[in-house]
Each structure stands twice: as C-alpha cells, then as structure tokens.
Design a protein around this ligand. Sequence first.
Ligand SMILES: [Zn+2]
Length: 99
Amino acid sequence: MTSVGNGSPDSTRFDALLRNLLAFGLVEHDRSATSHAWRLSDHAQSRLDHLDVPQPVVGELLYFGHRCSTCGEHSPTRLRGGAYICERCTALATGASTL
Ligand SMILES: [Zn+2]
C-alpha cells in the first residue's frame, strides 16, 4: 500500500474511503480492547471472506474461429497475451505451475 500523507490527493481519497467505511457501518470500535482500536464489522469481514476467493473469469471472450496457438487444435480459444489459446492448453500451462 502506498503511503498516505496529509493533504495529498491520496490522503483525500483515503479519508473519503474511511468515511464511507464509517457511513456504511463497516468498521466499529473494538469494545474488548483497552486501546482506541477499530475493527471491521462482522458483516464486512464475512463479505471480505466471500470476495477473497479466486473468481472465475467472467466476460472474457471465447473465440470459435481460431486454432489454438499452442497445440493447433481447432477448438474454442481465449485471447491470452496476444495468442489464441484453448482451454486445455491454458489449464496445462496454469496447472503445471501450481502443482
Ligand atoms: Zn491448445
């Protein structure tokens, strides 16, 4: 996260964000703490848990008129890095790096 100095445009946006957190009740004082602590509300935390999962690629165009640039198969492809790649080759490329 970038540092947020007083009076900078970042600071102004950050303050606006924090005001929104307050206005929407997404943060609250931690009453169990003896210090002046804030924490996310239970609702905000549950929504963050919901949002912090890999989302399937939605809305990415599927091309039916191109051969896969990797395997040459004539199958549905997606444009990745300027090349048309089929789902199988995409899965092989991404799966190989995570397994
Ligand atoms: Zn392929």
